[in-house]
Design a protein around this ligand. Sequence first.
Ligand code: ADP
Ligand code: MG
Length: 366
Amino acid sequence: MSGYFNKTLWVLGAGQLGNMLQHAAYPLGVKVNPIDIDAAKPPVLDDNDVVTAEREEWPKTPVTDVLSSHNNFANQDFFATIADRYLQKSLLDKLGLATAPWQLVKSDDTEAKIFQNLGERVLLKRRKGGYDGRGQHWLTQAKNSTIPDDWHENAIAEQGIKFDEEVSLIGVRDQNGQCYFYPLTLNLHQNGILTASISPLDRLKPLQATAEAMLTKLMDAVEYVGVMAMECFHVNDELLINEIAPRVHNSGHWTQAGSNISQFESHVRCVTGLPMIQPSVRNTNFMINLIGTELDKDWLSVEGSELFWYQKSVREGRKVGHINFSKTGEKNIQIALEQIEPMLPSQYKETINWLKAELLSENKSA
Ligand code: ADP
Ligand code: MG
C-alpha cells in the first residue's frame, strides 16, 4: 500500500496553481504531480490516473504529448474552446449568455468599420496567449489608433465597457453534474492585472442567483467537471461575462483562508472523483496579489496574514505571491490593512485605499 488514494493527479504546468493544487490535495491523501511542460523526460502515467491543467493552452512538447493523450484528461476538449477567445465568445453567444459586444477582426476590417459596429472605444484582444492584460490593444476613435500589424484574423474586438466594477464567480461541478458555488468575489484590476479581491460582500448577494444560473448553464452545456471561473463586468445591476477560465483562478485564492474547502481542494475532489460537498465560507476575506515585489518576512508579522509565496524569480508585472486575510469586524480589518500598507511598494496605496473603501464604512463614499 502506498498510503495514497489510488490515482495520481497530474497537472499540465508547474506554476503556482499546480503547486497550490498539490498543497490542497495533501491532507486528502491524493498525490498531485505538477509537470513542467518543458521537462526533458515525460512522465509515465497509469491508466487510472487523472490529468488536469493549470493553463488554457500549451505548445506541443514531449510532456504535453503524453499528458494530453491520456484518457482521463478532465475537460480536455473544452480547453481548446476557451483558449481561443473567438471560440469562447462564440460559445457564450450560442448559449445566450450576456457578454461584451464583440466581433472577429476580419482581414478586410478597417478601424472605421469596427468603430461603427462597436462604438468609439474598442479593446482588441489576441485570440490566443494573452493573460494579465497582455495581448490587448485599445482602439480609440478620438486618438485615431490603429489595428496592429498581423492582428487581423488573430484578434477579436470588444466594445469598451464602462463597468461599475468587476466581479467573478468560482463554480464547481462534480462528476454527477451537481454544481456548487462560492459567494461572488469583487475584484480590482490595475493595468489589466488582478491586484485585490474581496468575498463575500452583502451588497453583491442580490447578484448571486443570476451569476450561478449563468455559470451553471455553461458548465452543464459542456458537462464540465471541477472548478471553473467566470469573470464579469457589473454594469447597472446586470452581469456581462468578460471571460471564462477552465481552472482554479486567482480571484478564488481567498478561499484558502475563507472556506473549509478551498477552490483547489474542490477541483482535486471533483476531477479525481472524490465526494464533493457544499463548501462553507467564514468571515470577510480579502486577498492582495504580490506583483513584482521582493519577498519580505515582515508580512508574516501582520495579524492574520496568510502568505503564499510562489518561489519564482521576481520581475516587474509578474505575480509572485499573494496574501490572504480572513477577518471579522471592521476594526480588525482596519488594523490589518494599516499594518500591511507600509510593507508594500508605493503603488499599492491605490489597492489599499480600494480595500478600505469597500470594507470600512467610514471610508465608504456615499
Ligand atoms: P486577461 O486574460 O488578461 O485577464 P481580460 O479579458 O480579463 O484578459 O482583460 C483584463 C482586464 O482588462 C479586465 O479584467 C478588465 O479590467 C479589462 N477589460 C477587459 N475587457 C474589457 C472591455 N471589453 N472593456 C473594458 N475593460 C476591459
Ligand atoms: Mg481576466
